[in-house]
Design a protein around this ligand. Structure first.
Ligand code: SAM
Ligand code: SF4
Length: 441
């Protein structure tokens, strides 16, 4: 088989990163090896995200850019997958005559066949949603990049219909993977030497709620933590309304479950939360945060916040600032609201100008930077167990992840990569910590 090269550009969330890893795994069977240089590629795929506005334009720009490569390499196959592909479908092939493939979020399994066709000059678009029985069989294991920490998809899609969000439309309804398949994959990963698994889905903590035969998410975590060889378990993303007492209890009594949780609030204002159709109040959210902190003192909480949702007054916005002070997020992903066609919120009148939204975003950023730095400084002098995952920032350093998810660089040896070490934190920065080896088990 001739050697062929594949370049994938991935936009958006971990789900897309995971899908890209799956594409690399599948296309390796057709002889495609990944490259990081687009000009060397025989196939370029854009795995797209449409959560925020402007995504389509960004993809169109990239396509025009790659078109020039196609002029130099006539056999170059060009494809678009993911959420923009799902949304735009056949229009993309019509709009871009040099585009070969369009594949939606439920059609990854068709890609090898589509690529074989494209190699013979066929152009094809596949964006149909498929039925649940078939979906259950389409969660194949993925050969991820890391030897040590891997994502394991436990569910896909979303039924929540938050009023601003396009995900339920482009990813389809929620479906939980069979627990037996998940555990089989985790055991396989453990056999390969993987030490940490991150259970992945749009809303992992509603896992199993629709399927009487599957365990609850809390039971699933206990089963995954029970797999020999797996030393750390994390999960992302969670929805506050499904953060059950049973799940919170796992933080108290499953030691392998890391003390880190991503629990997006989106806003601190009850009026905004209700307009966003989030299904919880500020008080209910804070109640879950208190329970999490009680179950695992020091737990690192991260989240997402949207600024400038339609109708957000200065008072609503200040509620978000006070929520951030109360929760004290270790990190926060901040999004400026953008209307997504087809969602409920897109019908609401927008009263804030772009400048007002950006001004609020900057206030949120400044507050979060202060809180993050304060939290990072609170680790000074503490001992942290790290899974050493790679080379550090500076020569002579290696880098590991603490239980809280914090990145810690320390003077060390690449031979330590893959092992657990304990370090004492000696300096704290905005985005990372510096440690010194305390003991080497
Ligand atoms: N399922 C996850 C949850 O509910 O937390 C998040 C999925 S979404 C891909 C990631 C984040 O994008 C959301 O938490 C939200 O903050 C942000 N987001 C979604 N739609 C948005 C929009 N129309 N404008 C701005 N941000 C948006
Ligand atoms: Fe979007 Fe809400 Fe579903 Fe998250 S829970 S994916 S924000 S609809």
């Amino acid at each position: 088989m001739n050697e062929k090269y594949l370049f994938i550009e991935t936009f958006g969330c971990q789900m897309n990163v995971n899908d890209s890893e799956r594409i690399v795994t599948m296309l390796a069977d057709l002889g495609y090896r990944p490259t990081t240089v687009p000009a060397d590629a025989d196939m370029i795929l854009l795995n797209t995200c449409s959560v925020r506005g402007g995504a389509e334009e960004k993809v169109y720009k990239r396509l025009s850019h790659y078109r020039s490569l196609k002029k130099a390499h006539s056999g170059l196959i060009l494809g678009v997958g993911g959420c923009v592909a799902q949304q735009e479908g056949d229009h993309l092939l019509q709009k871009f005559p040099f585009l070969d493939l369009v594949f939606g979020t439920h059609n990854l399994h068709l890609l090898p066949d589509m690529v074989r066709g494209a190699e013979k000059g066929e152009r094809r678009c596949e964006t149909a949603f498929i039925d649940n029985d078939q979906r259950l069989d389409l969660f194949p294991p993925v050969k991820g990049a890391s030897r040590l920490s891997r994502f394991v998809t436990v569910m896909q899609g979303c039924d929540n219909f938050c009023s601003y969000c396009i995900v339920p439309y482009v990813r389809g309804r929620e479906i939980s993977r069979r627990a037996a398949d998940i555990l089989g994959e985790v055991r396989q990963l453990a056999d390969e030497g993987v030490q940490e698994v991150v259970l992945l889905g749009q809303n992992v903590n509603s896992y199993g709620l629709k399927s009487a035969n599957e365990p609850t998410f809390a039971q699933l975590i206990r089963q995954v933590a029970g797999v020999e060889g797996i030393r750390r378990v994390r999960f992302t993303t969670s929805h506050p309304k499904d953060m059950s007492d049973e799940l919170i209890a796992c933080f108290a009594d499953v030691p392998k479950l890391c003390g880190q949780v991503h629990l997006p609030a989106q806003s601190g204002s009850d009026v905004m939360l209700s307009r966003m159709n989030r299904g919880y109040s500020r008080a209910a959210y804070l109640d879950r945060i208190r329970a999490l902190k009680a179950a695992r003192p020091g737990i690192a909480i991260t989240g997402d916040m949207i600024v400038g949702f339609p109708g957000e007054s200065e008072a609503d916005f200040e509620q978000t600032l006070t929520l951030m002070e109360e929760v004290r997020y270790a990190d926060l992903f901040l999004f400026v609201y953008s209307a997504r066609p087809g969602t409920k919120a897109a019908e609401l009148p927008e009263e804030l100008s772009r400048e007002q939204k950006v001004e609020r975003l900057e206030r949120l950023l400044a507050l979060q930077r202060r809180i993050t730095l304060e939290i990072n400084r609170s680790y000074l002098g503490t001992l942290q167990e790290l899974l050493v995952e790679g080379e550090g920032k500076r020569p002579g350093q290696v880098s590991g992840k603490a239980e809280s998810g914090r990145i810690v660089n320390f003077p060390g040896d690449p031979a330590q990569i893959g092992s657990f070490v304990t370090v004492r934190i000696v300096a704290a920065y905005q985005n990372s910590l510096l440690g010194e080896l305390a003991q080497n088990p």
